[in-house]
Design a protein around this ligand. Sequence first.
Ligand SMILES: [Zn+2]
Length: 151
Amino acid sequence: MKEPREKLGSRVKIVDMLHSPARTRAVGELLIGQRGTVAEILRSGTLALVELDADWADLPGGVRRWPVQWDDLLIYSLESGPDSPEDDYRLGLSGSGRDAIQHAVPADTENSLCGGEVYPLPICGWSISFSPTATRACEICATLVRGQTGP
Ligand SMILES: [Zn+2]
């Protein structure tokens, strides 16, 4: 069985109303057939908090998020593939010319992950993403980025 955490963001359809909490079952007829996204994992993984796609006005009580037991859900896709955290880091340089080292710079700062002072690529500014596999990648930054990506 998949880790419940991995189902976060999954696209789901409510297909049944047998196992969900009473509060949800009470409006089950209105919820069955609705599609939505798993917004949260509840009760140590036994329930999904489903955020429905439907218009506010069409939702029972105007409530968009409902706790639904997994058995009542059809999981049909992931909203998006696994995020790649590497894209969150921009490329910053230290040193100069051919010896310049590439560092990972988190958005909205101008300091690299390893704490060094860096500057953006003169031509492209901060728009380039850091790649931990680049030859000139700073080892500390690469390790930190990979550490956040997980094994
Ligand atoms: Zn670095």
